[in-house]
Design a protein around this ligand. Structure first.
Ligand code: MN
Ligand code: MN
Length: 340
């Protein structure tokens, strides 16, 4: 259940109304990388995690709830930035000729022509709306792909999403001079940086976490680099030396057309630069299937289901024992080459 506290997580302040900046800030209220998207993404991911991975459920619910708190901060800031609009719109009869002369007509025309989101003027009437800075309605399409019933996938989506949210705040900071608003934006930006690391640590605590899911990759193709863009070619750790997760040696295919023809469309491709064998992979597929399937099925009985289920201290200790501490060399620590 949710319980609302009327104080904001961060005490948002605004020096003076600024409906134009409010229009830009909508991006973090109803935009693709905004706070509503973040809150619902983690909330959605939490359901499948609850029984098998109660520690990750705890993390997802803590951060989802914080994102709802951010949504509230952004909404409150937009509302303060729009101060005056709703009241002016209530002066619908415009029965005061003096008001009309002094500010009414000119002020309203200026609003239309000065980059203020039209929704504020003719629909929400000076209140936040679930649209982005350009007025496009929020859609679940922003986040549906982020819930995949597998934490090794979901947490990677979360790390990417936190990256994007951080960048939007960074760009927004360049469009306001209000020191109070800047402080709020800096807080919100900072929390995305914090969340990035939390999701990364949670991913690292799952071993193995690569490749995402259960099935291993085909060793004939997992370390091939196709030079498919001709001229100004570069070599780097993405196409030479060992691959970051599986530790296989990259095979650089300088002439992909020739290579594809010579290998009968890669069907005759042989595994090179890897010690992973088909037999070992099939074994690992079976082992991973058994482990991960049991993790879910053993914690999710098929009858007499109940969502409210306080964990025993033993269950909490067991779960904590399964989470390994974060290692400082992530690129090498989360491969599974040692286990194959
Ligand atoms: Mn946030
Ligand atoms: Mn976040």
């Amino acid at each position: 259940m949710f319980y609302h506290v009327k104080d904001l997580q961060f005490d948002a302040k605004v020096s003076r109304p600024d409906p134009r900046f409010a229009s830009l800030l909508l991006e973090q209220f109803g935009g693709a990388n905004g706070e509503l998207a973040a809150a619902l993404r983690y909330f959605g991911q939490s359901f499948a995690a609850k029984n098998p991975y109660p520690d990750k459920y705890d993390l997802l619910m803590d951060i989802a709830t914080e994102e709802f708190s951010h949504l509230e901060i952004v909404g409150a800031t937009i509302q303060m930035l729009l101060t005056g609009i709703n009241g002016d719109l209530k002066n619908a009869a415009e029965n005061s000729e003096i008001m009309q002369l002094l500010k009414g007509k000119a002020a309203k025309e200026e609003m239309i022509h000065r980059g203020i989101n039209g929704e504020f003027l003719v629909a929400s009437a000076g209140a936040p709306a679930f649209i982005n800075a350009e007025g496009a309605a929020w859609t679940a399409s922003y986040i549906n792909g982020d819930v995949q019933g597998d934490l090794t996938s979901d947490l990677r989506s979360d790390i990417a999403a936190e990256t994007r949210a951080k960048m939007v705040y960074e760009y927004l900071l360049q469009f306001t001079d209000d020191p109070s608003v800047k402080e709020t934006l800096r807080f919100l930006m900072t929390r995305e940086v914090a969340h990035f690391q939390m999701f990364q640590a949670a991913l690292e605590s799952i071993e193995p976490n690569f490749p995402p899911g259960i099935l291993q990759s085909d060793p004939r193709y997992s370390n091939l680099y196709f030079n498919l863009s001709n001229g100004n070619d570069f070599r780097g750790p993405w196409n030479e030396g060992p691959s970051t997760q599986l530790g296989e040696t990259y095979q650089y295919i300088d002439d992909p057309i020739k290579h594809v023809l010579e290998t009968n469309g890669l069907r005759n491709q042989e595994a090179q630069g890897t010690d992973r064998t088909e037999e070992a992979i099939q074994k690992l597929n079976k082992k991973m299937s058994d482990i991960r399937s049991a993790q879910v099925n053993n914690t999710s009985p098929m009858q007499d289901m109940s969502w409210n289920k306080p964990l025993t201290q033993e269950e909490i200790d067991n779960t904590n024992g399964k989470s390994k501490p974060f290692k400082s060399t992530p690129s090498k620590s989360n491969g599974n080459k040692k286990k194959t």
